[in-house]
Design a protein around this ligand. Structure first.
Ligand SMILES: Nc1ncnc2c1ncn2[C@@H]1O[C@H](COP(=O)(O)OP(=O)(O)OP(=O)(O)O)[C@@H](O)[C@H]1O
Length: 253
């Protein structure tokens, strides 16, 4: 038991000199960073190791180094981590309620009914709790998956490309939800989108097998930093957000 009562500490994620292995090979090498009650956008090219890093935090891949959540550094830390995978599978006949309730019940979450109710209310799906999960839209499904992750743990939330397959309206709703959620917890979200509202990400972690950069968007979304990973990407800051200004059409060859 630790005696630190600081709320920031409880939701903190510390990753120290972490190397993650797949099939015995190091995929992510010597990564060190920490986040506490912050929203971290995890960016990097395909195959950079973003999902691999998440799977290590979840205790699903072997790693060297130290991973701690709220000061807990052994496998018990995974009880505090909620995960939304890139491909959400919903081929079941479950209702929205069951989809969120069953894994929480299985994990032995205390006051499980109340916890699930709160999670569904947080993502604004409580009214739809009796609907089959398969009838939800892409954006609603992402929110259901977030509720599921909140119900099982959720002091640290790992979201793998939640913006993919979500339409513009769903995107606005999802970003509003994430902005709300980050007030109480630490969120890591992978995305290939660097176009994002200024008030969403507190930090950007740029990964390409190794940690390339970690800091606030104003420091990472710079030409000289991005060039280490992406050749043709430039970012401009507008009053409301960051936008990609260099697209393929600017480079016909
Ligand atoms: N079972 C495995 N054995 C060995 N290498 C693997 C295995 N699974 C994945 N990899 C390698 O790990 C690397 C990192 O994959 P990962 O899915 O973590 O990247 P990512 O950054 O999440 O990519 P994306 O943006 O495409 O989702 C890839 O190059 C992949 O080839």
């Amino acid at each position: 038991m630790h005696l630190n009562t600081d709320r920031h500490f409880h939701v903190s994620l510390v990753i120290r000199n972490v190397t993650v292995f797949r099939s015995g090979k190091p995929i992510v090498e010597d990564v060190t960073f920490s986040a506490s009650r912050e929203f971290v956008l995890v960016a990097g090219p395909n195959g950079a190791g973003k999902t691999t890093l998440f799977l290590a935090v979840l205790g699903l891949l072997p790693y060297r180094g130290e991973i701690c959540v709220g000061g807990v550094c052994d496998i018990e830390r995974t009880r505090k981590v909620g995960y939304v995978p890139q491909a959400i599978r919903v081929e079941t006949n479950a209702t929205v309620w069951e989809y969120v309730y069953l894994p929480a019940k299985f994990r032995g979450v205390k006051n499980v009914e109340k916890t699930v109710e709160e999670a569904l209310k947080t993502v604004e799906l409580f009214e739809l709790r009796d609907k089959p999960i398969t009838t939800l839209s892409g954006g609603q499904l992402q929110r259901a998956a977030i509720a599921r992750a909140l119900a099982v743990g959720g002091e640290v939330l790992l979201l793998d490309e939640p913006l993919a397959n979500v339409d513009p309206q769903g995107r606005v709703e999802l970003l509003a939800l994430l902005r709300e959620l980050k007030r109480e917890r630490t969120i890591l979200m992978t995305s290939h989108e660097l176009t994002l509202p200024t008030n969403l990400a507190d930090k950007i972690l740029l990964l390409n097998r190794k940690l390339i950069a970690y800091g606030p968007p104003s420091e990472v979304l710079k030409e000289e930093v991005l060039y280490k990973v992406y050749r043709y990407v430039r970012i401009a800051q507008t009053p409301t957000g960051y936008v990609c200004v260099t697209e393929d059409y600017a480079h016909p060859h």
